[in-house]
Design a protein around this ligand. Structure first.
Ligand code: TXA
Ligand code: MG
Length: 316
């Protein structure tokens, strides 16, 4: 049985001891729960892929406790510094060229000369990285193709019976509820967005002082290898899902958005941040009833872009 443990100094230090032994720990971040391993340990990284049933070409995010730590792993420049100074700690992942001499396992991004880095804005996550004294590689703590967990009990449900996972650190409901935004650079050093998430494209453009290019598949590369968050079908609910619905069918659970709809509602007040925080939570709750789900239109602005992105992939 995978246990859920309360947060205190003992559980954090026990968690890092387990990670040093090469075991996995699920932990909260401000976006979703992560399934973490010591990022320098090849065997532990391999366990992440096998426990998630994740294709091994699908690279992992390395979580750091400071930008200094990230600079030891990857090649920073002025543009990167400006962005990390503004958005770290926070829901922004940046893909950079890795330093050849760095100790991070090559398995975190197999076949690539890059590494995805993020400093999470969650005290438990940061304490864990510091206590371990090593960056933590962690994908979202869900099985491949399932919902990203925003509660410790969602992690437990998906990984019951998995002995490689020592335990789950319980940080309550994650505050943002949707995964980080993933950005990187093209060959000409222009900013590219691979995955919409907790920080909007416009917020990054404002700080960087340049437009961000949407990552487009020109057919020359295997998109799934570049950034698997781009895979068209990603999370697929166990029941049929329809989006942008104004009038639900009788047999459906209808999830509203805004003051014109009853409960269940992603946000009665029409607040997109609140909607993001409730998205995976409500989908999890209602897919378990077995009834098809339909969802009201969500404005495609701000974090609404990330919400609609996840919903589209879920219906693909
Ligand atoms: O909010 C989050 O990002 C959560 C928490 C736990 O930090 N993590 C998460 O990890 O969502 P995961 O593995 O589910 O998604 C990682 C994303 C994928 O879309 C992957 O393609 C992209 O990051 N990625 C990782 N390394 C990359 C690399 N070297 N180049 C391009 N994309 C990369
Ligand atoms: Mg994921």
């Amino acid at each position: 049985m995978v246990k859920i443990k309360k947060i205190n100094n003992d559980s954090i230090s026990l968690a890092s001891k387990e990670m040093l032994k090469g075991n996995l720990i699920a932990f909260p971040t401000e976006t979703v729960y992560g399934l973490g391993a010591d990022a320098t340990n090849d065997k532990a990284i391999a366990k992440i892929f096998s426990n998630k049933n994740r294709p091994s070409f699908n690279p992992l995010i390395v979580h750091v406790s400071s930008s200094d730590e990230a600079e030891k792993i990857s090649l920073f420049n002025k543009k990167v510094e400006k962005i990390t100074n503004s958005f770290w700690p926070g829901p922004l992942t940046i893909v950079l060229e890795r330093k050849k001499e760095c100790k991070i396992s090559l398995l975190v991004s197999p076949g690539l000369n890059t590494v995805a880095l993020r400093q999470p804005n969650n005290k438990i996550a940061l304490d864990l990285i510091k206590n371990l004294n090593s960056p933590i590689a962690a994908p979202s703590a869900n099985k491949f193709g399932f919902l990203s967990p925003t509660l410790a009990k969602h992690v437990k449900k998906q990984f019951e019976g998995h002995n490689d996972i020592s335990f789950i650190l319980d940080g309550g409901k994650t505050s943002i509820g949707i995964e980080s935004t993933v950005i990187g650079f093209d060959k000409e050093n222009n900013l590219v967005i691979y995955r919409h998430g907790g920080i909007t494209k416009e917020e990054i453009e404002d700080i960087a002082g340049e437009k961000i290019i949407e990552f487009i598949d020109d057919g020359s590369i295997d998109k799934s290898k570049i950034s698997p968050g781009m895979i068209k079908k990603h999370y697929a609910p166990k029941v049929p899902l329809r989006i942008n619905i104004l009038k639900p069918q009788k047999n459906e659970t209808f999830i509203g958005f805004g003051p014109n709809y009853n409960e269940p509602n992603l946000s009665k007040g029409g607040d997109l941040d609140e909607a993001a925080a409730n998205l995976f939570l409500l989908l999890e709750k209602y897919e378990n009833t077995g009834k098809p789900i339909s969802i009201a239109p969500i404005p495609n602005i701000g974090i609404g872009v990330a919400i609609n992105d996840r919903l589209k992939r879920a219906t693909y």
